[in-house]
Design a protein around this ligand. Structure first.
Ligand code: PA5
Length: 431
């Protein structure tokens, strides 16, 4: 069987990668397996797909079903790893325009602090039946906590004592303000496991509940991820393409390429870029190290960032994601007068031209001195997206270990928070 995700590149042979990184990769692989690697207390994501399929899936589906029955619109509150995975997968797998009438609309809050956004959100949801999913592993993050305070007041004002039946919390099993509020108010709730960090939590209720509510096939998503667990269980670069990608990133960094641009030609995949940027940026960018993760949505960005990529400073490389089997397609019609001169394309479809544009772009950028990696994904569906997420998670953990950092902490994120607390004079805060 062809692997659902393949890594293609002509920068360095796999045996050269093996000779430079092979021993370290094996050591880190074994350290992860034995629970002795840096941040080993956060390795729970490695077995999530199987565990969730076996234990938690039915509960998630049952709660999702309940929310789908009562709500026309579901507000999902969360930030960072507590919202990007769900939003990325939902956008990637939803139709561009018309959604199915039985699927509630999902909107997000708590990922920004715009009062205008919140004001307009409250106006927008007012004419619809509403439910709320509030997600915060720590239960103390300021942005979602503020959004939840506003929405809780709204829900209580609108639904009175039955508001709590329309609210589901996903948080720590015992710690944090959100857990306490949940226990007191009787919201339905799910636990974010202690050993899974935010950006690795797509396959917990953090990602799965909003997706199931949106009508995404989470069984297929998990089934792709479960197959990926098997596929990426090998310790050697030659038989583990996630480790190959991790080693390649470190090879390119050592060669002076310190910016990676994720590029795709599928508009609804653009939010996935944001999830990928968080995964790699927050996992690797520490101790003065790391590849800076950037992204472009082509062909749109060929007309903006394309110039820089082709011709600017030579410190970037590009990782293209290509979906091999295309979905629906549009034919290009023949025109009787051919005034636009496009009749030469009339026997082709738009997806075919999109694919030619991808190849043309790769050829141009390679000629411009941009090292290229091509990740080919078999099909654009829930199974392959689940597989791809696990591929990137595995690659990210290994890539960070090869870089010499702990993939699972984010100490730098605390700095701005201290300033906020000082500036807003939080009681008891000594900064
Ligand atoms: O990946 C991470 O750990 C972070 O992005 C967190 O998900 C984010 O800061 C939100 O944290 P919390 O879920 O505790 O509110």
């Amino acid at each position: 069987m062809v692997s659902p995700v393949t890594v293609n590149q002509s920068l360095i042979t796999v045996s050269e990668l093996e000779s430079v990184f092979g021993e370290q990769v094996k050591d880190f692989h074994n350290a992860m397996a034995n629970g002795t690697s840096k941040g080993a207390e956060y390795l729970g994501w490695r077995n999530l797909p199987e565990e969730v399929l076996a234990n938690e899936l039915e509960d998630v589906l049952a709660v999702a079903d309940k929310l789908r029955k009562v709500a026309e619109i579901v507000v999902v509150i969360g930030v960072g790893g507590s919202y990007l995975g769900a939003k990325a997968v939902q956008d990637a797998l939803s139709p561009y325009f018309e959604k199915k009438s039985e699927d509630p609309e999902i909107i997000f809050a708590g990922q920004n602090l715009s009062g205008t956004y919140m004001k307009q959100l409250l106006n927008y949801i007012n004419s619809k039946e509403v439910a709320v999913i509030v997600i915060s592993k720590s239960g103390t993050t300021t942005e979602p906590a503020i959004a939840f305070r506003v929405l809780l007041e709204y829900m209580e004002g609108r639904y009175g004592t039955s508001a709590s039946e329309r609210i589901v919390a996903i948080t720590d099993k015992s710690a944090g303000a959100l857990r306490e509020l949940t226990n007191r108010s009787g919201f339905a709730s799910f636990v974010v496991p202690d050993d899974v960090g935010g950006r690795f939590s797509v396959f917990t209720p953090v990602g799965l509940l909003p997706l199931a509510v949106a009508g995404i096939d989470i069984k297929q998503l998990l089934s792709g991820a479960k197959d990926a667990v098997q596929e990426f269980s090998a310790a050697d670069i030659a038989s583990n393409s996630a480790y190959q990608y991790a080693a390649l990133r470190n090879h390119l960094l050592n060669e002076g390429f310190n910016i990676e641009i994720l590029a795709s030609f599928v508009p609804r995949f653009a939010t996935f870029h944001e999830w990928w940027k968080q995964l790699f940026g927050e996992s690797e960018g520490k101790d003065g190290k790391g590849v800076y993760p950037a992204s472009v949505a082509y062909p749109t960005d060929l007309h903006s960032m394309g110039q820089y990529v082709q011709d600017g400073r030579r410190e970037l490389y590009e990782t293209f994601v290509q979906f091999v089997e295309s979905m629906e397609d549009s034919a290009i019609p023949t025109s009787a007068d051919n005034l636009d001169g496009l009749n030469y394309l009339a026997d082709k479809t738009m997806n075919e031209i999109n694919e030619v544009t991808l190849r043309a772009t790769m050829e141009a950028h390679e000629a411009g001195g941009v090292p290229l990696i091509l990740l080919q994904v078999g099909k654009h569906d829930a199974y392959h997206i689940g597989y791809l997420i696990y591929f990137f998670e595995t690659a990210c953990a290994m890539s960070a270990y090869l870089l010499g950092v702990n993939p699972f902490d984010q100490p730098g994120v605390e700095e701005y928070k201290k300033n906020i607390f000082r500036m807003l004079e939080k009681p008891g805060f000594v900064g």
